[in-house]
Design a protein around this ligand. Structure first.
Ligand SMILES: [Zn+2]
Ligand SMILES: [Zn+2]
Length: 147
């Protein structure tokens, strides 16, 4: 857990004003990697008391735009947030329970996946979602009405 001073430094480095909601949201995202907005709102409220949904959404948008927070949204899932580590890691997503796990860069350094055709782009990042079934779900009886 980064200290408040470290969080303040990150905000200042991104040329953002330091506010309590911003600090609380950054702390919540750090403590609960891949949390959805509802969980983050819960954690922020536990720290600051009543904070509106809109305020938390606004902070998340600002922090994401500033590159302090990374937003991930596997298809079929709500948006999840994590501290931007700039390590270009990827995610494993369980189709059954929706758990999200970090996996390091697929092969060596970024962008770690070489596109078969770059169409003239200078590629600096690749983002991969590996879909499957987590160990916990693999060992339980599969749902009978799975799509
Ligand atoms: Zn699972
Ligand atoms: Zn992650």
């Amino acid at each position: 857990m980064p200290t408040t001073a470290e969080l303040e430094l990150s905000l200042r480095a991104a040329e953002l004003r330091v506010t309590r909601p911003r600090l609380a949201v950054m702390g919540a995202v750090h403590d609960h990697p891949h949390a959805d907005t509802e969980s983050i709102i819960g954690a922020v409220r536990a720290e600051l008391g009543e904070v509106s949904h809109q305020a938390v959404y606004d902070v998340l948008r600002v922090l994401t735009a500033a590159g302090l927070v990374r937003r991930i949204q596997p298809s079929g899932s709500v948006a999840r947030y994590e501290t931007e580590l700039a390590d270009n890691h990827h995610h494993l997503v369980c189709r059954t329970c929706g758990v999200i796990v970090d996996v390091p860069c697929a092969v060596g350094d970024v962008p770690c996946l070489t596109a078969s055709a770059d169409h003239g782009f200078t590629i600096d990042e690749a983002e991969v979602v590996y879909w499957g079934t987590c160990p916990a779900c693999s060992t339980t009886t599969p749902p009978t009405s799975a799509p």
